[in-house]
Design a protein around this ligand. Structure first.
Ligand code: ADP
Ligand code: ADP
Length: 227
């Protein structure tokens, strides 16, 4: 994925992204850091079209988006996103939360989706929670379900926006471990996080933002060795 000179202006006057450019290589894990309000969340949302942009361009697999063959709706399936606030449907149990997207968007047979859901739930240690409702789960469990829900769509890239920011400290680790395992499996990810130890462990590259701009971009070792 290639991001070039992207400009995002909110409400016609506030510039949240001021000419942002970077590339995401297949299998790469990029961590985006920077002070609150610098545009990290906005950047993630522009990458899959949740936020329209006012300037610049985004290419996915060599094709400029959106296009006829790759509208934002299709791109959002190829680029999954996990939010700080889980965004699970409260009236659906875990399994139904996981089966909704594949059936509606991928047109996958329910039995096949259920098989994949079982496999993924087992991987994140939540197979026994398939019939539970979100309100019956801890924050860490909800976030692991939200990650599985994104994976159910078979994304090529996963965007993670402060996925541990709402969690009690003892639950942070269980979610970060799932993300670390995805990275080991070669999942391409763009991650916004304040967990610096985690960032150091997982990042192939760190992008530092300030006031809507990328102000520094480096391998994690260089970045974290700064005084
Ligand atoms: P970060 O994720 O780095 O904390 P955000 O991308 O959430 O930053 O926000 C960047 C800036 O854009 C902030 O100043 C924020 O107040 C503003 N902003 C975010 N969303 C909106 C919106 N929907 N309308 C207007 N301004 C917004
Ligand atoms: P900080 O540098 O901000 O003190 P820590 O090193 O304590 O950060 O790590 C922040 C979080 O990331 C912790 O919850 C920790 O468990 C998690 N973390 C750090 N490194 C790893 C790792 N290699 N594997 C799994 N989780 C990790």
């Amino acid at each position: 994925m290639s991001v070039r000179d992207v400009v995002k202006v909110y409400d016609g006057d506030f510039t949240a992204l001021d000419g942002v450019s970077f590339d995401v290589a297949r299998g790469e894990v990029i961590v985006v850091v920077g002070p609150s309000g610098c545009g990290k969340s906005t950047l993630l949302r522009t990458l899959n079209g949740l936020e329209p942009i006012q300037g610049g361009s985004i290419e996915f697999n060599g094709e400029k988006v959106p296009s006829k063959s790759l509208p934002w709706s299709l791109l959002r399936q190829r680029i999954g996103m996990v939010f700080q606030s889980y965004e699970l449907f409260p009236h659906l149990n875990v399994l139904e939360n996981l089966l909704l997207g594949p059936s509606k968007v991928l047109g996958e047979k329910r039995a096949e989706s259920a098989r994949r859901a079982g496999e993924l739930l087992k991987r994140v240690g939540l197979l026994d929670k398939a019939e539970s409702f979100p309100r019956q789960l801890s924050g860490g469990q909800k976030q692991r379900v939200a990650i599985v829900r994104a994976l159910m769509m078979k994304p090529e890239i996963l965007l993670l926006d402060e996925v541990t920011a709402s969690l009690d400290p003892e639950m942070v680790r269980e979610v970060l471990d799932v993300v670390l395992e995805l990275a080991r499996d070669g999942m391409t990810m763009v991650i916004v996080t304040h967990e610096m130890g985690f960032a150091r462990a997982i990042a192939d590259r760190v992008i530092f933002m300030d006031a809507g701009k990328i102000v520094e971009e480096s391998a994690p070792k260089e970045f974290f060795s700064h005084p």
